[in-house]
Design a protein around this ligand. Sequence first.
Ligand code: ADP
Length: 423
Amino acid sequence: MLLGCIADDSTGATDLAAVLVQEGMRTVQTIGVPAPGTDPGEVDALVVALKSRSIPAAEAVRQSLDALRYLQERGARQILFKYCSTFDSTPEGNIGPVAEALMEALGAEQTIVCPAYPTLQRSIFRGHLFVGDRLLNESGMEKHPLNPMTDADLVRVMAAQSRRKVGLIRYDTVHQGPDAVRRRMAELAVDGIAHLVTDVTDDADLRILGEAAAELKLVTGGSGIALGLPENFRREGLLGRHAAGALPEVNGLEAVLAGSCSVATRGQVADFKSRCPAFRLDPQTLADGDAQIEAALAFAAEHMPSGPVLLYATAEPAEVAAAQAVLGRERAGELVERAMGLVAKGLVERGVRRLVVAGGETSGSVMAALEVSALRIGEKIDPGVPATVSIGAEPLALALKSGNFGTPDFLIKAFGAMPGGRP
Ligand code: ADP
């Protein structure tokens, strides 16, 4: 194994794995840290998906170090810590604390901080993160239910959650190529700067940074930074050109679970509802017991034989705020995530084998409930979202979409991109 990756949520892990497949690395994603000695098979890259984005920082550090030990045991030559392309975190972490714990364990003095991926509308200019044409804090992310992002200045956001110093490698240096970037890294190292936020205005910059990062023991960033890393191994003669992941056919009933309230998901849910049956779950009713879960499953059982159904908690910001005012932010989220897990289990018991899930945290809960522990990564459906099939006795076809990904018709379109179909 060449590249060992630690991702702070499961859709983010899948997004990263898709980039690695596209760049010719055979990739398996595990859900959580596999037991020591578990053999992932013949792989060039292994992505360990944690659910560590919004948990207490000390716990995120512990889980990340466990993942690191597993990846080192399998011989990983470089470690990539993957977080969200919108840098989802709080003033306490967990990006800074995890990056620093990994640096310490690896004996790394410097790393890059690069959530950018211009193809996916995430660019960084003078240290400021843009989502499309908007600054991060005007992109809708400032209203995220768990990690509201109210500052687009990544140097400031990273500094608030780090002990070591944070600096910037500006676009004019990046545009001069890998040697200029390496020189700048060395200059900043003299000043003791450990975390290097990197400007990125198009995907070519990511390949430049990837090449410049060849010698770093730890790289941190979004899935985009992985574009330039496989080539480093190829240059060293360690990596061939493998065909991207072909997946086996999976046949069965089809359902969509949406627990994301992001702008793109809200549009996708509206599109789906205009064409197919949909059932709404809401945290305030879920707080009173499991009757709504039973009702959702009965609804699904009735409609699934004639096509996919949607079960969703997706709501407008005002509705989310109202539920949070009554239940608290954490409890509202937990109620929805638990319900999504139970509904997913009930759906599989009722013959669902093809499942689309919207929401990073939501996908994590659904995978845990279904006891899915590893995914084979296939071709991408949309940027950032590949088709996948679970590894195990009863394979499931899965498309795991993080909140802001996918075209407006994604929730229906995804089924066409997963090999197999309804019975
Ligand atoms: P995204 O990928 O868009 O960030 P996530 O699934 O990661 O989506 O996060 C969405 C969070 O919002 C989850 O914790 C989910 O349980 C919570 N949530 C979903 N619907 C509601 C709702 N109606 N009210 C309050 N919280 C909600």
